[in-house]
Design a protein around this ligand. Sequence first.
Ligand code: PSU
Ligand code: MN
Length: 301
Amino acid sequence: MYIRVSERVQKALDEGRGVIALESTIISHGMPYPRNVETALNVEKIIRDMGCEAATIGIIDGVGVIGMSEEEIEEFGKRKGILKVSRRDLPVVMANKLWGATTVATTMILAHMAGIKLFVTGGIGGVHKGATKTFDISADLEELANTDVTVICAGAKAILDLGLTLEYLETKGVPVLGYQTKELPAFYTRRSGFAVDYELKDAKEAAMIIKTKKEMGLKGGILITNPIPEEYSLDEKEMNEAIAKALEEAEKDGIKGKDVTPYLLAKVKDLTGGDSLESNIELVYNNARVGALIANELTKL
Ligand code: PSU
Ligand code: MN
């Protein structure tokens, strides 16, 4: 068996309650211990308090666990050497019975295998700046093109080329929807200067669109972007400076491939100090609330 669905997640699915997938790269590679574990558990609590079930997904000894226990999340937060697993890594990590943190792409794959339709995270991967030369485009985008899961995020960090990311998603036919916004949010900031395809007025509209796409048999996912609450958003100028510096250092250190995103994220975090961690945590909580609202609307349809 390549996946194991926890009892409480299976029960929620059987009862037709809203179930929301959560990724584990954000735990193992995205935040320091113990804030990572604390955040992961708080996100689950927000989702449960709103009547849904949370399914944090990770790979333990080569099995995709759908709904990690508190102890497993704690272990994920502490353990060294957990691999970052995207689509191409998946068969190797499974066959060799390793531990792996799931990215947006692999969380979508495993969620879909378990019958979960919604997935809440912080930010997605995308087209990197300079991709016209490096070809560095996250497998997250291709997964959104192919796998029927709706991802609720706070946009993507401006370490990426947000314009090219939107172009890629357009080519692949992925709807990019703004939750009560016309503008694509840029993770730490509410604005990016790029328009989303459509603004969603509420969770009910989101649920109707998800249902319609499914009934039409259209392949692939949907991206819902939800801006960080104003009070937690960071200064755009300071952010852009940190990003420019991080990109410079990545180039100097010759960072390539799957290491690029974690490297840039860590640099930006160091350069902006503790503020960015607090903002990161709050935007995930905010996405969890919107995800649960949409899940509850979906169960009514
Ligand atoms: N962006 C963030 N935080 C993250 C990630 C991206 O702001 O934690 C993680 C997610 O797991 C995402 C992955 O799926 O990085 C993308 O990596 P890559 O660019 O190598 O595909
Ligand atoms: Mn990449």
